[in-house]
Design a protein around this ligand. Structure first.
Ligand code: FES
Length: 223
């Protein structure tokens, strides 16, 4: 699904710490996911309006992000506020990075361009333990089908849940391209309970799933 079609999971919340940024791709569109020092996550087009450098290579400083190439600084609305080569310049309002809506739920950062769209409901509340983001060299429909065959209940094209013993996993699917999919995996429950051994167990299981998917082998049981 594209950002223009609804909320897309773009990263695990835990993978974007305050003061850091990372690049991601949704259906071929490059985005930067970054978190300011107050803890708020932002999702923008990953391209500086000056000479096109990736904003994900930039530096987060407080509530703005500075481009790596010539240091132009952008505020949280994407507006350029400072150009080091012209420190007294009143920067024109037209110099702006396209920004997208973002919100965090289920321990995942979501983004869209559509204010009216509704985040998929997974029926999970409370604390979340992150497992990992899994990048699979297969199209999203094949990845969804494979996780369903492993026991996942598909709630939408972006979200499914999988019960394993007393544990509940939430899986969120991001179509990177026609040949690549990211699966963001979390456990419903507190890190105090599910951190450590459980995290490692499900991360290893996810590795096995990826191998099976890419090799077209039989799916790996979750237990
Ligand atoms: S390319 Fe970003 S400041 Fe020049």
């Amino acid at each position: 699904m594209k950002l223009s079609e609804g909320w897309v999971p773009v990263a695990l919340s835990s993978s974007i710490e305050a003061g850091t940024s990372a690049g991601a791709v949704v259906e071929g569109s490059e985005i930067v996911v970054w978190r300011d020092n107050s803890g708020k996550a932002h999702v923008w087009e990953d391209r500086c309006p000056h000479r096109g450098m990736r904003m994900s290579f930039g530096f987060v400083r407080g509530d703005h992000i500075a481009c790596l190439y010539h240091g132009w600084q952008y505020d949280t609305a994407g507006q350029c506020r400072y150009i080091p080569a012209h420190p007294t310049l009143d920067v024109p309002q037209t110099i702006k990075v396209p920004t997208y809506l973002s919100q965090e739920r289920y321990g995942i950062i979501w983004s869209t361009t559509e204010a009216e769209s509704v985040l998929p409901e997974a029926g999970i509340d409370g604390e979340i333990t992150p497992v990992r983001s899994l990048y699979v060299d297969r199209e999203v429909s094949a990845v969804l089908a494979a996780f369903e065959s492993a026991g996942m209940v598909k709630l939408s094209d972006e979200v499914g849940t999988l019960a394993s013993g007393g544990d509940v996993l939430l899986l969120a699917f991001q179509s990177v391209s026609s040949e690549k999919t990211a699966v963001h995996i979390v456990i419903a429950g507190s890190p105090a309970v599910y951190g450590g051994a459980k995290q490692k167990h499900y991360a290893q299981w996810a590795e096995g799933l990826r191998y099976a998917l890419e090799q077209d082998a039989a799916m790996v049981e979750v237990a």
